[in-house]
Design a protein around this ligand. Structure first.
Ligand code: PLP
Length: 385
């Protein structure tokens, strides 16, 4: 049975062209870019090219890119590095729907005396910018608000937010791990100071990420050691990963508009047909401002995990809005923050597509979904007779 992969917000397949670009860096060009000899020195050129490719996708200068090991590291480096460079301010603003890479890092700051404000969202997962403005004051060092939500795909108006925040003299960071490669970005005309991305979300391998640092933004190095990345991120570079990330960014940049609209058409077909064929289900998240590849659907009266297991039997990979922690199924903090009722949050499934998905895969899945949902509801003790 072929696998149908609709879990691209969790991780993506490495593109063949990316793998080909990386291959020589393992056994042929394996030198250390910091070495004095020509063999190692030539690797530096590969890193320079990758930096240019990443910068081209983001519309920024290559010198504004720091390579890291993942999105989590980029998020940590942005928050801790920015705050260390602004020791006289003690307030950080974020949202309740961030990825744990942001939320845990921010919550940890409270033990060091920081005030952390977590903004709520409405039922559609949208922020209230007036509330943000009310919290912005002279003590605000940093605002970190994600670009696109990993579970619902809801996109926040980060350009507008960047203007509000930087007008008040605070630094603005956005976790764009789910946005980069899926929607066009142009940082040359943006007020965003810091932006995180992760290779494995855009068809590069796991173990590489990047942090955009706008020219002039003060950032203390949070990894200490050697002088790599112009002294901004110590540690011998993951050269194959960096080269792979560069190629993945080049591929994403080539076709971003066309791929977006193709993926969106597939996502909409999947979503609309499920809504029509399965009663008592609804989409979670702002339908207007959403990533083109993501849909998060709640099915009343059944557990998301049960749906996932049945999808899995048919070779279909998706994910649920619940996380199995300490033996109990906890609905996701994101759906809870949106006020999604407990039962609907429990029955939520995320389908996240990529450019490798086909219409045949969508057609197969929309045939299976009503069968799965009806079968599970027949077994459910919650469905009214
Ligand atoms: N931020 C968001 C929004 C994410 O979705 C993820 C991963 O799922 C991360 C950060 C962490 O990225 P990484 O897995 O590269 O550490």
């Amino acid at each position: 049975m072929e696998t149908i992969y609709f879990d691209n917000n969790a991780t993506t397949k490495v593109a063949e062209q990316v793998l080909e670009e990386m291959r020589p860096l393992f056994c042929e060009l394996y030198g250390n870019p910091s070495s004095m000899h020509t063999f190692g020195g030539q690797i530096g050129r590969r890193i320079r090219k990758a930096r240019e490719q990443v910068a081209a996708l983001l519309g920024c200068e290559p010198t504004e890119i720091i390579f890291t090991s993942c999105g989590t590291e980029s998020d940590n480096a942005a928050i801790k590095g920015a705050l260390a460079a602004i020791p006289n301010k003690q307030k950080v603003i974020t949202t309740r729907v961030e990825h744990p890479a942001i939320l845990s890092t921010c919550r940890d700051l409270e033990s060091s005396g920081y005030t952390v404000v977590e903004l709520g969202v409405d039922k559609q997962g949208r922020l209230d910018l007036d509330e943000l403005e009310q919290h912005l004051d002279d003590d605000t060092a940093l605002v970190t608000i994600m670009h696109a939500n990993n579970e619902t795909g809801v996109m926040f108006p980060v350009e507008k937010i960047a203007r509000l925040v930087t007008d008040k003299g605070a630094v603005f960071h956005t976790d764009a791990v789910q946005a980069v490669g899926k929607i066009p970005l142009n940082l040359s005309t943006s007020r965003i100071d810091l932006l995180s991305l992760s290779g494995h979300k855009l068809h590069a391998p796991k173990g590489v990420g990047a942090l955009y640092v706008r020219k002039g933004t003060r950032l203390s190095s949070f990894m200490l050691g050697g002088h790599q990345e112009s002294g901004r991120r110590a540690g011998t570079e993951n050269v194959p990963g960096i080269v792979g990330l560069g190629k993945a960014c080049e591929l994403a940049a080539q076709n971003i508009e066309a791929e977006n609209s193709r993926v969106k058409t597939l996502r909409d077909k999947l979503e609309n047909t499920i809504l029509e064929s399965c009663p008592d289900c609804r989409v979670n998240g702002d339908p207007e401002n959403r990533l083109p590849n993501t849909t998060n659907i709640s099915f009343e009266y059944i557990e998301g995990e049960a749906i996932l297991l049945m999808l899995d039997k048919y070779g279909i990979c998706a994910s649920s809005g619940s996380a199995c922690t300490s033996g109990s199924l906890e609905p996701s903090h994101i759906l809870r923050a949106m006020g999604v009722p407990f039962t609907a949050a429990h029955g939520s499934i995320r389908f996240s597509l990529s450019r490798y998905n086909t219409e045949d895969e969508i057609d197969y899945t929309i045939k299976k979904m009503p069968q799965i949902v009806n079968r599970l509801r027949d077994l459910s003790p919650f469905v009214a007779e």
